[in-house]
Every structure is written in C-alpha cells, then in structure tokens.
Ligand binder design. Structure first.
Ligand SMILES: NC(=O)C1=CN([C@@H]2O[C@H](COP(=O)(O)OP(=O)(O)OC[C@H]3O[C@@H](n4cnc5c(N)ncnc54)[C@H](O)[C@@H]3O)[C@@H](O)[C@H]2O)[C@@H](O)CC1
Ligand SMILES: [K+]
Length: 525
C-alpha cells in the first residue's frame, strides 16, 4: 500500500527531528541524486558526462536539488543550477558552487522563462526543485511562467528520441500537494522522488497523472506509521489480502449472496453486465429481482442466477434503472431501507443515486458509485451547486463532500478512481486503462463491489463501525476491475507510463467481466 501524508503531517513529524539536528535534507538529497543517476544510466547508458539542470526555487525543495547536484557533480555530471528566487537555500548554494555546479542566477534575465528553457535545452535531465510541500495555491510568477515554458518545451520534445528526463523533487511543482488538483501550470515528471512519505497529490487525480513513476525515499520518519494517511493506494498484495477466498468448509450462503436490482426495459444490458461482474468476482449466489424484461435476459445469460426473493448479505441497487420509473425507484428505496434495517451493505449506482437527491439520511453502510456527472447532479440537488467540470478538477474534494453530506462512502469513477468515506483516508486507484471508458463498465464494477460486500456482509452488519471497511473494499473492487480491463486490453498487469509500451486493444464491458477471473488469479497468486 502506498500511504500519503498531508504536508502538515510531514512538517509536524519533521520539525522535532530537524530541531534535534537530524540531517534530513542530506539524506533526501543523496537519495534524490541516486535516483537521478539511476534514471540517467537506465535511459542514456551513462551518468558521468551527463548534463544536469537543477531548477532551484526559494525553499528547501530547491535545497534538496542543490545538494543532490553536489553528488551528481562528484559523479562526473556537468551540473547547472537555474536559480529563480532570491531566497534560494544558501548553504545548498555554497555547497553546490564548491563542488563545481555552475550556478546561474537568472532572476535578472530580461526573459526569465526563455533563459531557463535555453539552459534546459542543453541538459539530459531536469531536476525540479522549484516548489515542494511549502507551495500554496497555483504557482505565482516568475515560477508559473518558467514552469509553463518548460512544460511546453517538454511536450514539444516528446516526439524526439533525446527528450529530457524530468525528475520532480518531492512533488511536481504546481500540483495541489494535499488535494491532487492542478490549479495552474505544472511541470509533468517522469519520476517523482518523494521525501519521507508519498503526498496525497501524487495519488489523487488529476495531479497523480503528472507525477510519473513514484519513488518514496525512506527518511526514517517512523512516527508516520502511527499517523493516519490522508490518502492511500492499494497494491496487489493489499487487494489479495482483502479478497475473500473460500475455504473447504464454505458453502454458498457463507460465501455471500448478493441481491441485485438492476436493468430496465430501456437498459436491460446493465442487469446482465452487473450480474456478470458479480459472478466472475466469485460469490455464493446472485438473486436478481426485476420485471420480466430484463429477468428473461439475465436468466438466459447467466442460468446460475436465482430470480426469487430471499436472504441476501448485500445489495446492488440501480444500474440501468430509469429514475423516472416511480414504481421501480420506490422498490429501490424499499430495498435500501431493508438493507439499513438489517445493517447490510448496499451499493447505490446510476438510477439509485437519485434516491439521495432528496434529503435522505443513509442509515446503513452504503457505497455510492457515481461518475463525475452523477456526483455533480447529486451535490447540486443537495444544495451545493456544482458543475461537472468542478468535480473533474477536484475529484477528491467533491467525493469527500458528497460522503459528508450523505453519510455514505463515495466511489467516484474516473481514469483514476477515488473513494471517500465521510472520514478516514481517501483511496485512489489508477490500475485501469483508457480502454475501460466504455458503456457498461460501471455496471460490471457495481457487480464486483457487490460481490465483495456480500462476502463481508454479515461481518459488516455485526461490526462496531460498519462503514469502516467500505472504503478499502471499494478500492479493492476498483483495482480488480481496472486490472481486468488491462488484461482484456492486452496490457501488462501493472499500469506504467512507459510511452514505448503496448497500447492495447479496444474492449467491451463483457470483456472486462470475462477477464476478472484471470486478473484475480494474478492478484491472488
Ligand atoms: N526541511 C528539511 O530539512 C527537509 C525538507 N525537505 C524538502 O523541503 C521541501 C519543503 O520546503 P519548504 O518548506 O522550504 O517549501 P518549498 O521548498 O516547497 O517552497 C517554498 C518556496 O516556494 C515559494 N512558494 C510557495 N508557494 C508558491 C507559489 N504558489 N508559487 C510560487 N512559489 C511559491 C515560497 O515563497 C518559498 O520560496 C519539501 O517539499 C522537501 O522537498 C525534505 O527533503 C525533507 C527534509
Ligand atoms: K518540486
């Protein structure tokens, strides 16, 4: 699991150590230099003789870059420091000069961004030490203009072989460190070397996509183990640990029965796909409840499905249900009440999300699975006027707001999926592929999550804090779903940003469901 702590937590933990004279910056800088050297060796075949640009802002982030530059200079790199603040780290500057780093004080340059870009054009690697956890809001001038010019330059170079490698110190300068927003220009990185712990903005969309590969440097900040992370991402072993694996004593009722109310005459496929997601995830039984169409289709596609009411341990309510169908919506509301009465978990998707447009107080453990548009509608209906683009610009903040307003756990679907409970760490999973953005994929996800919740349903109903496990389970479902999509699209199991990697093939939602057992076999291996 990647755990990310807020800037404030990092400071709280660092301060006493710095006061006690711990050389945290020296450790950070050495690790940074090691990563830069590794990147140079892997990509260009050499370290000595490489030309390195340090982008140096006015804080300790620039200090990290300067001290890393001293190590790289000693390893035979030609190191240039572009200093763009009059408050650059003094001791770092002195050390850099002493080790042969060429320091360019550029603040007085008539065209500062142009001067930095000129210098950058001669370098193999750019080390972004402009701002770190001390940044507030969008980048201000002159750093904003420099970053915009470098980002443009980098984008233009990306079609050439000799493109520069960008290594961000702690975070790519310009991202919202704590909320993952992109409030202004950002210098996208190939690698981000984050100090002591990851930062939320490295995991949360949209900023996470600009961080490249994430390397977390262990600074020995052991206190962080006791501090709740602000955000986290499950890895393969975390998903495996959460995944229910049947033992020899299990039978279908102990494995979990899922009640499914999905599909309509207009959208019958949603019921079929949601059931497929649940069945391929593995569970004891799916009980499907609906009108003749789509029941006949669900039965034809999945003869193992039971279509009579009975005991269930979790519900999936709403995929493909038309919210204008008052009778069906009333049924959804009844099942939601029934689940709450028994303390059983429910997933509210698509048509069922409109139940929350009224001032409903969610009494039971509930996961909402909106996309950005549905979340915007929900927030707006609950008095927080929110255009869809605002949700897309700050997914984590809006998912959290919706969780606080409704009392549910919100899984906000997107290229990178965010899960927010009313409190506790945010989860972000970026295991999927763009090929997953296809009709019905969300129905499959609702089924995967429903199956997981059914397995845990009785335990959740008996738990002291029934909602506490919902966010990790929702994140695990998103992860498995994303991996299945990668597998179906012919992509390597783990997402990476290698532009030279395979691009994959188009997939359908049915393909994703079919790929679930294969993805789970790799996860559980
Ligand atoms: N203190 C230490 O010894 C350690 C510091 N570390 C590094 O220090 C960084 C934090 O250092 P600081 O607290 O000095 O802060 P930063 O270096 O992140 O940034 C502070 C500088 O950025 C400027 N700034 C803030 N917001 C801005 C904006 N919106 N636009 C343009 N400029 C802006 C400030 O005026 C100041 O010059 C971490 O990110 C990490 O890289 C770590 O290496 C761990 C050890
Ligand atoms: K930075």
């Amino acid at each position: 699991m990647i755990r990310a702590h807020s800037a404030a937590t990092v400071r709280e933990v660092e301060e006493p150590r710095l006061a006690a004279g711990e050389p945290l910056m020296a450790h950070a800088a050495f690790a940074l230099a090691t990563h830069v050297a590794r990147e140079l060796r892997d990509r260009t075949g050499r370290v000595a003789g490489s030309v390195v640009l340090l982008l140096v802002g006015g804080g300790n982030n620039g200090g990290d870059a300067l001290y890393a530059g001293t190590h790289l200079a000693r390893r035979g790199c030609q190191v240039h420091a572009a200093v763009v603040s009059d408050r650059a780290h003094e001791a770092g500057l002195a050390a850099a000069r002493a080790s042969g780093v060429r320091v360019h004080e550029l603040l007085a340059a008539p065209d500062l961004p142009g001067a930095v870009v000129d210098l950058a054009g001669r370098c193999h690697v750019w080390v972004d030490g402009l701002t770190g956890i001390g940044a507030r809001g969008p980048l201000r001038e002159p750093v904003a203009g420099i970053v915009a010019a470098l980002a443009e330059e980098r984008a233009a170079w990306s079609s050439l072989l000799a493109e520069p490698i960008v290594v961000a110190v702690d975070v790519p300068s310009g991202i919202g460190v704590d909320d993952g927003t992109v409030p202004g220009p950002v210098l996208p990185a190939d690698v981000t070397v984050s100090m002591g712990t990851a930062k939320p903005g490295l995991l949360l969309p949209p900023a996470a996509a600009l961080a490249g590969r994430l390397e977390v440097v262990d600074l020995g900040l052991t206190e962080l183990a006791d501090r709740e992370p602000a955000a986290c991402s499950l890895g393969r072993s975390d998903v495996a640990a959460l995944w229910p694996v049947p033992g020899p004593e299990d039978h279908k009722y102990t494995r979990g029965v899922l009640g499914l109310v999905a599909g309509s005459r207009t959208y019958p496929g949603a019921a079929v796909l949601c059931a497929a997601g649940a069945l391929r995830t593995g569970l004891g039984m799916v009980r499907y409840l609906g009108p003749e169409v789509p029941t006949s289709l669900v039965r034809a596609a999945h003869p193992e499905i039971v279509t009579v009411p009975g005991r269930v341990q979790a519900w999936v309510l709403g995929p493909g249900v038309d919210p204008r169908d008052a009778a069906r919506t009333a049924e959804l509301a009844d099942h939601l009440d029934e689940a709450a009465g028994q303390g059983l978990p429910a997933v509210l998707d698509a048509g069922a999300l409109t139940l929350l447009h009224d001032d409903v107080d969610l009494a039971g453990p509930t996961v909402l699975t909106p996309h950005a548009g549905e979340l915007a509608e929900l927030l707006t209906a609950r008095g927080e006027h929110t255009p869809r683009r605002d949700v897309e610009a700050a997914p984590a903040r809006h998912a959290r707001l919706a969780a606080e307003i409704t009392g549910g756990t919100v899984l906000l679907k997107g290229a990178r999926t965010v899960v927010a409970a009313p409190e506790g760490p945010l989860h972000a999973q970026g295991d999927a592929t763009g090929w997953l953005a296809t009709a019905g994929a969300g129905d499959v996800l609702a089924g995967v999550l429903g199956a997981l919740l059914a397995a845990y349903g009785d335990a959740i109903a008996e738990a002291v804090h029934p909602a506490a496990s919902l966010a990790p389970l929702a994140a695990a479902a998103a992860s498995a779903h994303g991996h299945a999509a990668r597998l179906a699209a012919g992509l390597p199991f783990d997402a990476d940003d290698d532009p030279a990697g395979p691009i994959g093939v188009p997939i359908t939602a049915s393909d994703v469901a079919d790929a679930l057992p294969g993805a789970l076999s790799t996860i559980l291996d």
